[in-house]
Design a protein around this ligand. Structure first.
Ligand code: B12
Length: 318
């Protein structure tokens, strides 16, 4: 125990020993080595023949087997127990909102990371507690003249939490499909595209988030550079000209060739979908995740049923 405490925190995305992972989840080192021998947990070997496990692989293992992290700091995580009672969406939202509104950034980040490590899907986290807690922060704006300041601060904290989550996702494999995207021109909102990037990274894509307020020309340049399989556009506000926005989607879809363009966000319903082009409107991060994993894709202009079963192949081609 005392010896473990002297160990340096691993870099997020770094490698850890079986001994450290065993201590983090409260099992014996021999159990852990057995799981590794049985192929349940991927480990690599050092030059000296010692096993080392990627933090992202450790997180996958903990999530899939429903284990608890008794000492998350050994994995370099600041996770705290989300608690079984808090698995209900309302309570999680309440806790997250409290932390965001009261400048308890570390607590907010820890809560989001804990929920993910303990098995929550990114779709549930983002469409549920994170979206709802931010919406409640937005309601303060009506009552509190400092609301805009609070919104900026809460946005920053959420982006930090998302960056921590990013470190826990496995790296895309060689030859992974690429996804590029960002907020539409004039759209200042940063969190939705950061969420989309994470959801797509979790689905196995190599992701390039161009950020908010990205002109169509910039997305076109990215398409020419990366030849992405998926291009996303987030419209949190109704674009000043929905005709221009629709014309932009046509250009993106034509440039993307066999790739798909996916739009979403609170303002996206005002943007007409170009007919006969692979441009799809998707309403939530959970649906984006299903789409990206190859779920049945709705015909342009129709709604995809929530919870559609992924067909298996990565990509989201119609
Ligand atoms: C943070 C925030 C800001 C920050 C943004 C900081 C930043 N750079 O990101 C700042 C302070 C800049 C800001 C400014 C303003 N804001 Co503001 N803001 C918010 C707040 C609190 C959170 C927004 C957010 O990030 N939500 C989190 C995202 C993830 O949730 P979401 O947008 O619902 O997205 C979900 C889905 O739509 C979908 N989705 C979204 N994008 C995509 C993309 C794809 C591809 C897919 C598949 C899905 C998808 O998935 C998401 C998760 O479920 C909202 C409150 C709210 N209800 O959202 C107000 C809110 C949006 N703002 C509002 C207002 C009025 C403003 C201002 C006009 C205020 C002012 N007078 O200046 C300005 C306008 C700015 C502008 N130029 O457009 C109002 C809008 C009211 C309305 N009906 O339009 C809201 C609702 C607050 C309120 N209750 O009044 N804001």
């Amino acid at each position: 125990m005392a010896q473990e405490k002297r160990l340096k925190r691993p870099r997020a995305g770094g490698l850890i020993s079986p001994k450290r992972l065993a201590a983090a989840i409260g099992v014996s080192e021999s159990s852990l080595k057995r799981w590794s021998d049985e192929g349940l947990l991927q480990a690599q070997r050092t030059v000296g023949g010692h096993r080392r496990i990627e933090v992202a692989e450790a997180v996958r293992f903990v999530r899939e087997r429903g284990l608890s992290l008794v000492r998350p700091e050994l994995l370099g995580l600041t996770a705290m127990s989300a608690g079984s009672a808090a698995t209900r969406e309302g309570e999680v939202t309440e806790r997250l909102f409290g932390a965001l509104a009261s400048d308890r950034a570390a607590e907010a980040r820890s809560l989001v990371v804990s929920l993910y490590v303990e098995g929550a899907t990114l779709g549930w986290l983002f469409d549920g507690p994170v979206r709802a807690a931010l919406a409640r922060v937005g309601e303060l704006w009506e009552h509190d003249e400092a609301g805009i300041f609070l919104e900026h601060r809460a946005t920053e904290t959420c982006l930090q939490a998302l960056a921590e989550l990013r470190q826990l996702l496995p790296s895309p494999g060689a030859g992974a499909p690429v996804a590029v995207g960002g907020g539409g021109s004039g759209d200042v909102y940063r969190v939705p595209s950061a969420m989309a990037a994470l959801v797509l990274a979790e689905a196995g894509y190599e992701v390039r988030n161009l950020g908010p307020d990205t002109p169509v020309e910039a997305v076109l340049a990215a398409i020419r550079h990366y030849h992405p399989r998926l291009v996303w556009q987030s419209f949190s506000v109704v674009p000043r000209s929905t005709r221009d926005a629709a014309a932009g989607l046509v250009r993106l879809a034509e440039a993307a060739g066999s790739g798909s363009v996916v739009i979403g966000g609170r303002g996206s319903h005002a943007v007409p979908l170009p007919p006969r082009l692979p441009v799809h409107r998707v309403d939530s991060m959970a649906e984006l995740s299903a789409f990206a994993r190859g779920a049945a894709v709705p015909a342009a202009g129709t709604r995809q049923p929530a919870g559609a079963e992924p067909a298996g192949a990565a990509g989201g081609q119609a």
